[in-house]
Design a protein around this ligand. Structure first.
Ligand SMILES: Cc1cc2nc3c(=O)[nH]c(=O)nc-3n(C[C@H](O)[C@H](O)[C@H](O)COP(=O)(O)OP(=O)(O)OC[C@H]3O[C@@H](n4cnc5c(N)ncnc54)[C@H](O)[C@@H]3O)c2cc1C
Length: 400
């Protein structure tokens, strides 16, 4: 196995030389995202903990820690294109998919050939995800899928979706669900972007009208999708919690929902952009100190491998507090920006974006209340939320 020292050299060479050369002259978010991922794959760094047979390196936590240290703040922001694929769908297929699905999807996904999205939420099933009503019926060699999904991030550029659909309406709601891989680019799938208050369209409504899925593209077993759905959610909570804290203090990226780094708030408090200098204001200093402590705790939580819901919850609290302070310091122009479609990534529009966008942190990947319920039930061992629906057939449950 590669020693930790030579592995460190290898990762440093990649970020110092290989990656800048691979991105040289490449423009546009998707093209840069794909060039980054392809370079990482070619350098054999795309999947440190995957088996070698699927394009991984079979390395343990020490090597992963070295990679995390060296790559901190150097991963191109365009990597967010692969948050759902590389971060959630592929590890779920690796751990629960058939050999055929692993063979078909892992290498291309890791190389960045395919973009993935997650079709979980529906108009009537968000926090109560097990209430989903999209149906999949087996017809010969294909599943036929009909229903509606919503808030599907990145569906407009995805080739594949991890889809949850109901395959048994007679079973109780947690037991009649199956996880599928859905090819997005087909006639039965209509993707309609939704405009968010930031002006962007990160997520979509998706209408499924007799969409087709090959019979064997089931992740795990038929009617056992709740187990695999929860496994994917654990990856999502790592990804959207402590895993999202690797940004550098200098990076001013509008991508993703990473809390504004404290160094940037200090810069703002010092009066950058011609604002009033408030760095000596005791109230502001106290808030900056609190946020700095929060960022240090996030880092420690990441290292200690805390329950994913703790990381997710902590990040949303930190993200909102950081954005609230930015709003206070930037007032009165904070939430206003030039609507010229540019992505300058700096100054007013950067802070305005975060002030508006941070609210979504508390929802995507499960709301704050749901994280608290999860912690109560799974980490603290408190009794489950009351509800008659765990044994009742889904078709008999009242629905709106
Ligand atoms: C930026 C963003 C990206 C997203 N991307 C995706 C995606 O790619 N794929 C996808 O499938 N979904 C995605 N979602 C959807 C997200 O998972 C849901 O919005 C979330 O699970 C909440 O569901 P809901 O919106 O239906 O709200 P509801 O479930 O209707 O909740 C409304 C309110 O009630 C509270 N509440 C509900 N149930 C309980 C309870 N049992 N106890 C206490 N409080 C409760 C909630 O906390 C919330 O405050 C995304 C959402 C956002 C904001």
């Amino acid at each position: 196995m590669t020693s930790l020292e030579s592995f460190r050299d290898e990762v440093e060479t990649f970020f110092d030389a290989t990656l800048p050369a691979a991105l040289d002259g490449v423009t546009g978010h998707l093209a840069r995202a794909k060039a980054w991922r392809a370079a990482l794959y070619e350098a054999d760094l795309a999947a440190l903990d995957y088996p070698t047979q699927y394009g991984g390196r079979d390395l343990g936590p020490d090597h992963r820690r070295v990679y995390a240290e060296v790559s901190r703040g150097r991963v191109p922001r365009e990597d967010n294109t692969f948050g759902i694929g590389v971060g959630m769908a592929l590890p779920t297929i690796r751990d629960h998919g058939s050999d055929d699905l692993r063979e078909r999807f892992l290498r291309p996904g890791l190389r960045g050939d395919d973009v993935w999205c997650q079709m979980y939420s529906e108009p009537g099933a968000g926090s109560d995800l097990a209430g989903l009503a999209t149906r999949a019926d087996l017809d010969g060699d294909e599943w036929i899928v009909t229903g509606q999904k919503v808030w599907t991030s990145g569906a407009q550029q995805s080739q594949y979706a991890i889809l949850l659909a109901r395959t048994d309406f007679d079973a109780p709601k947690h037991r009649g669900v199956t996880m599928f891989v859905l090819p997005v680019e087909q006639e039965g799938v209509t993707v309609r972007p939704l405009v968010q208050m930031t002006g962007e369209s990160e997520f979509n409504e998706v209408f499924l009208d007799e969409a087709r899925i090959p019979r064997d593209w089931v992740v795990g077993d038929v009617n056992d999708g709740w187990r695999t759905a929860v496994a994917l959610l654990a990856h999502e909570r790592v990804q959207t919690g402590v895993g999202s804290m690797g940004g550098s203090a200098n990076q001013r990226s509008k991508a993703g929902r990473v809390p504004i780094p404290v160094a940037q708030l200090i810069e703002l408090a010092r009066g950058s952009g011609g604002r009033e200098n408030r760095i000596d204001d005791p109230e502001i200093r106290q808030e900056l100190a609190r946020l700095h402590t929060g960022a240090v705790i996030m880092g420690q939580l990441g290292k200690r491998g805390a329950h994913p819901s703790i990381g997710k919850l902590w990040r949303t609290i930190q993200g909102r507090a950081a954005a609230d302070l930015a709003a206070k310091l930037a007032f009165p122009t904070g939430p206003a920006w030039l609507d010229d479609g540019s992505d300058r990534g700096v100054d007013d529009d950067y802070f305005a974006f975060h002030i508006l966008n941070c609210r979504g942190m508390s929802l995507g990947g499960g709301t704050d209340e749901i994280q608290r319920n999860t912690l109560g039930e799974r980490a603290l061992g408190l009794p489950r939320e009351p509800g008659p629906d765990r044994a009742t057939p889904f078709k008999e449950l009242p629905r709106n």
